[in-house]
Design a protein around this ligand. Structure first.
Ligand code: IMP
Length: 443
């Protein structure tokens, strides 16, 4: 096993940040392949909360290299703010430790403005985006208007592209009552961004190819979650990138054969931020309790997350789509605070039972989840660090979940700290081979 993909199997916020941070010690490079600063990966470092948005979570390990692939959309101001924030907590990120693709798209000042117009235009059907300009930037990529990182390093190209874009975008902004933007100040600001960004910029595809040839290993860090994928998520209530395994190859310029294993991160209940279908959503006191105990507030926007029971139909779909080899289960300790636990294993739809997920909102809005109810296990798993101490009731629940998802669980997160983690050692060893030793010995 050389390169591992870590992916969220739900609507994001599964707790990938912690898992990536933990596994990172066994890899040489940590690479993001999609999304932008809409993501919020939370890691607790010596009890301190650190939220990463654009920079791969593995960067907190001083000997690792972070990679930002061509599949991302980069807001340079957000990128530098994150670097400065990291520096203020003692994490120095020099250019030799962080590589940015010259082909990644750049979020420009008109992107968030156009996003607000688009969201307002949708009215009640708004997506509920993070308003970071992510969607309009990907739209410009697909429409071939986009400005790429390499363009920031070529002043004449940059000026021309800003002029061309504004000639078009200003018409839209003005039609919706917004003032037109001027080329000059944007050009000056983005030229300066380019100068500061230059040392980080590389041909990421060629760089990774050389690293792989030299025997280095890569941890691919997925952002958002499978159900927010542009093609396979609950369209149109999705993000604008390919968060599934397929995005790795296009988003980094690598052969798909380089993904040697896939780890799916799944939370013991579901959450969703923004609009869109959510079959197991709890709009009652139990949902409020999950939000409270699980501290379910958006890491990027601070918005409260919608909460609901675990949905095995959706998670099974995510495992199938991505070829998940092993699961990391996060936050099962949150369920201990409830009177009973439920998990959905099928949907009833138009009189028949569905076990396969259909991503269309008009189907998902009309399904009735079929639940299995579990008693809360005796004995707490909170802060547990060893497999032998897992309560029998929890093991029964775990076995049910593995059967439903047809995928084994290899990691259980039992609290927010880096060390609050239980490994199913033989499964981790099988997945990671030699790399497992370092992780398991250090634990
Ligand atoms: P966008 O990515 O800002 O365009 O937002 C599209 C949808 O994806 C909205 O429902 C967001 O709340 C959701 N979303 C985007 N990034 C994340 C994330 O990192 N975690 C959870 N939801 C996200």
């Amino acid at each position: 096993m050389n390169n591992l993909l870590v992916i969220g199997t739900q609507w994001g916020d599964e707790g990938k940040g912690k898992i990536v941070d933990f596994l990172a010690s066994a890899f040489d490079l940590i690479a993001r392949y999609q999304g932008g600063h809409n993501a919020g990966h939370t890691v607790y470092l010596e009890g301190k909360k650190v939220v990463l948005h654009l920079i791969p979570a593995g960067i907190l390990h001083p000997d690792k290299i972070g990679v930002i692939g061509n599949g991302l959309v980069i807001d340079p101001a957000a990128f530098f703010k994150e670097l400065d924030d990291l520096k203020s907590i003692g994490v120095e990120v020099e250019a030799k430790r962080l590589v940015v693709s010259r082909s990644a798209q750049v979020i420009m000042p008109y992107h968030p403005l156009l996003e607000k117009i688009s969201e307002t235009q949708r009215g009640k059907k708004m997506i509920g985006t993070t308003c970071r300009g992510i969607g309009p930037c990907y739209e410009d990529k697909a429409a071939r208007w986009g400005i790429r990182v390499a363009d920031l390093l070529e002043p004449s190209v940059l000026r021309e592209k800003i002029e061309e874009n504004l000639a078009f975008k200003n018409k839209i902004l003005q039609a919706f009552g917004q003032p037109a933007l001027e080329t000059g100040p944007i050009y000056e600001q983005y030229k300066r961004f380019g100068e500061r960004l230059a040392p980080f910029v590389k041909d990421v595809s060629a760089f990774l190819y050389e690293q792989i040839k030299a025997g280095k290993s890569i941890l691919f860090e997925g952002a958002q979650g499978v159900l927010l994928d542009l093609d396979h998520g609950t369209f149109p209530y999705v993000t604008s990138s390919s968060s599934t395994a397929g995005g790795v190859a296009t988003g980094l310029g690598l052969s798909p054969k380089q993904i040697t294993a896939v780890l799916g991160v799944t939370k013991a209940y579901c959450t969703r931020v923004g609009s869109g279908p959510f079959p197991t959503e709890l709009k009652d006191e139990t949902g409020a309790q999950l939000a409270r105990i699980g501290d379910e507030f958006g890491a990027t926007t601070g918005r409260p997350r919608r909460c609901g029971w675990f949905d095995a139909v959706a998670a099974r779909y995510a495992c199938r789509l991505n070829g998940v080899d092993l699961l990391a289960l996060t936050k099962p300790d949150v369920l201990e605070g409830l009177p009973e636990i439920k998990a959905c294993y099928a949907y009833e739809y138009k009189g028949s039972k569905l076990k396969d997920f259909l991503s269309d909102p008009y189907v998902l809005d009309n399904v009735r989840p079929v639940y299995r109810t579990f008693k809360v296990w005796e004995g707490s798993i909170h802060h547990l660090r060893s497999e032998e101490k897992l309560p029998a009731g929890f093991i029964d629940y775990l076995k049910w979940l593995e059967d439903e998802l047809e995928t084994p669980v290899g990691i259980i997160s039992t609290g927010v700290d880096r060390e609050d983690i239980v490994f199913v050692e033989d499964r981790i060893s099988r997945l990671l081979g030699d790399r497992a030793e370092e992780l398991l010995v250090g634990h």
